[in-house]
Design a protein around this ligand. Structure first.
Ligand SMILES: [Zn+2]
Length: 133
């Protein structure tokens, strides 16, 4: 048992790329199940190949002893997925704001949502007006 623990500790384990791989594998498996239930045999076969490939890659990376190389892969993955992650974060943020334009200078403004009717002052022309958030 100690040898097993030592083995696990010296392995690479989890990172962003591995989280993505295991999630992708799971999602594709679900899609494959759906495809199979609709008798789309070819599609199901195609998807299961991908699901297995993602899963194998995940296990390979998690159990890898080459930490330096895995870190490099993860860096690459994070760089590649940066625009996407930024976009997701932005969308999350956007949900918390109400957007409107200044009636005087038409500049786009925002305020936190769910404050009800509030009085705002435009940052650029200092026009005061009421908005519903
Ligand atoms: Zn204005």
């Amino acid at each position: 048992m100690d040898r097993f623990k030592k083995f696990i500790r010296s392995r690479y384990g989890m990172d962003s790329l591995n989280k993505f791989l295991i999630l992708a594998s799971l999602v594709i498996s679900i899609l494959q199940g759906l495809a199979a239930s609709y008798d789309k045999v070819k599609l199901a076969g195609f998807l299961s190949t991908f699901a297995i490939a993602f899963f194998v890659f995940f296990v390979y990376r998690a159990l890898s002893g080459n930490v330096a190389l895995r870190r490099l892969e993860n860096e690459k993955f994070r760089k590649m997925s940066l625009p996407l992650r930024k976009n997701l974060r932005k969308k999350q943020k956007d949900k918390n704001y109400a957007y409107f334009t200044c009636p005087n200078c038409h500049k786009s403004l925002r305020a936190p949502k769910n404050l009800g009717k509030i009085r705002v002052t435009c940052k650029s022309c200092h026009e005061e007006f009421e908005v519903r958030t």
